[in-house]
Design a protein around this ligand. Structure first.
Ligand code: FMN
Length: 352
């Protein structure tokens, strides 16, 4: 298989998973706020997770837009092929959002020019990561460290907007610690610098992923800025997605961990928001989605090792899930996973 086979995989295997067999482009006909309000559930950037296969699954499950993982502008500057490949959409993706991280204004400028040249009309927007709490990143003054340096952060946004033909946004946390919440003021600075939207993860850097995401703190950012806010944190199912939208007043919601093994969460959230009946996936849907996802991973040249996590996520809660996950640990190739799925389907035949 080559990278050009993802559309074919989707066409052949999405129906068995109750997913759409193609991905709708993100509308470019209206302004950002109207686009977000028409389709407010987006797949969040996730390092080590949001590769082309994952993004394609999320979008065929109803995500309005899906983001790359955070991509280093320094890596791009030094010409790392692996880094550049992170921003390549597969053929099934009409467009993607690219998230960049770094600190050097010149490197951001170069990266925006390079990403635009590489993706052309398949680039939906550029997001700047000001949220990552990992010490390897913050030690260099990147990611959430920028929350303590609004002048540098504003200079980065200004440089990106000067070069970009698409909206430039940023993703922040509430602050570094709970006694230093800066998000409303910081977001307002980024708006002044030219950001078209701001995504807010309702935790501080020191919280990492502990504790609940603070919806009222996100609402304070919504009140402080005129640009759309994308709320992030604890969007674990369709109820949470809709509650977050209503309680924060945000224009959109990022779904991150809530999409693990559940690409339908986006369309269920849309159904709930519109008052339509919400239908959970069946066991057959989940096995179908696992198959579609591993086939996409293979078709897009993704890392097959990621299929082990996928097995844990898609098989969770099924009868004998533990034994199935153990068997998945021994799989290496696409054929190994397809054989595993055959075995699971025959063992569950009566239940499907
Ligand atoms: C495995 C993993 C990787 C992540 N990588 C990124 C990233 O590259 N860029 C980013 O802005 N946020 C990243 N995040 C944060 C998520 O985008 C999101 O803000 C966070 O998980 C809170 O949402 P949730 O509680 O709904 O999962 C990551 C989260 C996880 C779990």
């Amino acid at each position: 298989m080559t990278r050009s086979d993802a559309s074919r995989v989707l066409r052949l295997h999405a129906a068995a998973a109750n997913l759409s067999d193609h991905v709708e482009p993100w509308s470019r006909t209206s302004d950002l706020r109207s686009r977000l309000s028409a389709a407010p559930f987006l797949m969040a950037p996730m390092a080590g997770v949001s590769d082309a296969a994952y993004r394609t699954m999320a979008r065929s499950g109803g995500a309005a837009l899906a983001y790359t993982e955070m991509v280093s502008v320094a890596g791009m500057h030094y010409g790392s092929l692996k880094t550049w490949e992170l921003v390549d959409p597969c053929d099934a993706e009409p467009d993607i959002a690219v998230q960049l991280f770094g600190r050097d204004v010149g490197q951001f400028r170069e990266a925006v020019i390079g990403v635009q040249e590489r993706l052309r009309d398949r680039l939906a927007l550029i997001d700047v990561n000001m949220a990552c709490p990992v010490p390897k990143v913050t030690r260099k003054g990147e990611g959430s460290a920028l929350l303590a340096d609004p002048d540098q952060a504003a200079a980065i946004i200004r440089a990106c907007t000067e070069e970009a033909d698409v909206p430039v946004t940023c993703k922040i946390r509430l602050g570094l610690t709970s006694d230093a919440i800066v998000a409303p003021e910081f977001a307002s600075r980024m708006e002044d610098a030219g950001a078209s939207a701001v995504a807010v993860h309702g935790r501080t850097r020191s919280q990492l992923y502990h504790g609940a995401s603070d919806r009222s703190a996100i609402a304070e950012v919504v009140s402080a800025v005129g640009i759309p806010v994308i709320a992030s944190g604890d969007a674990m199912d369709e109820k949470a997605c809709v509650d977050i939208l209503h309680e924060t007043g945000a224009a959109a919601v990022f779904v991150a961990r809530g999409s693990y093994g559940d690409p339908w969460v986006f369309s269920r959230a849309l159904d709930r928001l519109s008052g339509r009946e919400v239908v959970p996936p069946t066991t057959a849907d989940r096995l179908g989605a696992f198959e579609c996802h591993v086939r996409l991973l293979d078709a897009t040249g993704g890392r097959m090792a990621r299929a082990r996590s996928l097995a844990g996520w898609y098989l969770k809660g099924l009868p004998r899930a533990g034994a199935m996950r153990d068997a998945a640990m021994r799989c290496l190739t696409l054929d190994d996973y397809l054989d595993l799925l055959d075995g699971i389907r025959s063992s569950l035949e009566g239940d499907l």
